[in-house]
Ligand binder design. Structure first.
Ligand SMILES: Cc1cc2nc3c(=O)[nH]c(=O)nc-3n(C[C@H](O)[C@H](O)[C@H](O)COP(=O)(O)OP(=O)(O)OC[C@H]3O[C@@H](n4cnc5c(N)ncnc54)[C@H](O)[C@@H]3O)c2cc1C
Length: 342
């Protein structure tokens, strides 16, 4: 492991100043992702600034009826909170579908959405990877693609040498639920505070796959705000994976359904395991708006959403299976929610 300095400043403001002043500095929260990357040589910072005890660990009510999750609240604490379980079951279910009890006791609200991809090439420093080592190429092209993206992939594909090429997926379950809940990210940075809609926090690879989010260097997540859901809204999370536990999503679905009247609903759908970011299925939402959530309607909506999908071939058989699997998973999730609203 490359040697680095460790700092535990006295305040969040000091922590932000420390990281902003050192280009090769990073924040440390629960450390369940970052420490692995330090050991693997994937992250090679000169300075690690520990914020775990600086940001709030509280889960508090907001005046509009929503909830604020302090950045240091643990995944276990959020999943167990009565208000989260009653008002945002999709979030509790997503958290409990991730990792293990021990990891969730340590992983934090700030760190979870910022965990990095589990792409095997990103984690293996002996291979070319545009995300880890910009401009080095992409080893996933023609390699193992089972866990890779089918939506929002760069136009440079299938050129493995183009610096834009990256088909890594975002791995967080929590982030998929937060995308469906229209969460807001509270940030403190060198230029002050700002609020980022969760849907805009993560980015597609674009011309720089090394950047997962729109956060600038030195910007610290201080809290995540959950807006109140409409009266009568139901929500759920469904994850499909290779093992029943301790495995990342092949695909996942977070959905919120609100009945507007007889035969008419508003639905929010976010997809996981399919893109460089949690994927809000806005086309499918539009197709379904105001209509009945029949199986045929949901299949038609998913056909519209997935029309631009680009499955990747691979030595493991590729990831074309994700297209029908996504549709089936959305159909099953919405069926469950419609039955619950009857
Ligand atoms: C074996 C294993 C299985 C797992 N399975 C799953 C799974 O199925 N589903 C799933 O979703 N996750 C899974 N995880 C990942 C786990 O959920 C994440 O490692 C964890 O949520 C990261 O949170 P942390 O607080 O430990 O972050 P850290 O490791 O401390 O940090 C992660 C990143 O966020 C940055 N960061 C941390 N806090 C802040 C902040 N407040 N502001 C700005 N930047 C910050 C750090 O600099 C770092 O880049 C698994 C992990 C392991 C090891």
């Amino acid at each position: 492991m490359k040697p680095f300095a460790y700092a535990r400043p006295g305040s969040v403001a000091e922590a932000v100043r420390d990281v902003a002043a050192e280009p090769a500095a990073v924040f440390l929260a629960g450390g369940t992702n970052l420490v692995d990357h330090l050991k693997l040589g994937v992250a090679r910072p000169d300075l690690v600034v520990d914020v775990r005890t600086l940001t709030s660990r509280e889960i508090s009510d907001l005046p509009d009826g929503g909830l604020r999750l302090g950045a240091a609240s643990t995944n276990s604490e959020v999943a167990a909170d009565r208000r989260v379980r009653e008002r945002y079951p999709v979030l509790a279910e997503a958290l409990l579908a991730g990792a293990t009890g021990q990891l969730r006791n340590t992983a934090t609200t700030g760190g979870n959405p910022l965990q990095r991809t589990r792409c095997v090439y990103f984690q293996d420093v002996t291979t070319a990877c545009n995300k880890r080592d910009p401009g080095s190429g992409c080893s996933a092209v023609g390699g193992y693609t089972r866990h890779h993206a089918v939506l929002g992939v760069p136009a440079a594909l299938p050129d493995p040498t183009a610096p834009e090429t990256c088909t890594a997926t975002h791995p967080s379950d929590m982030a998929v639920a937060l995308a469906a809940l229209d969460a807001q990210v509270q940030v403190l940075g060198p230029a002050g505070e700002r609020t980022i809609p969760f849907a805009d926090l993560h980015r597609l690879p674009g011309d720089d796959p090394s950047r997962d989010t729109v956060l600038e260097h030195g910007e610290l997540i201080t809290a995540l705000d959950l807006p109140p859901l409409p009266a009568g809204a139901r929500s759920a999370y469904r994850k499909v994976r290779d093992r029943a536990s301790y495995a990342f999503a092949l695909v996942s679905v977070a959905a919120v359904v609100t009945a507007d009247g007889p035969g008419s609903s508003t639905v929010r759908i976010a997809l996981g395991g399919v893109a460089h970011k949690p994927w809000r299925a806005t086309r499918a939402e539009q197709v379904l708006r105001g209509g009945p959530l029949t199986e045929d309607a949901v299949r038609a909506a998913m056909a519209a959403e997935l029309a631009a999908a680009q499955p990747q071939p691979g030595i493991d058989g590729g990831n074309g299976f994700k297209i029908p699997l996504l549709t089936r998973t959305v159909v099953a999730t919405l069926r469950e929610l419609v039955e619950a609203t009857r």
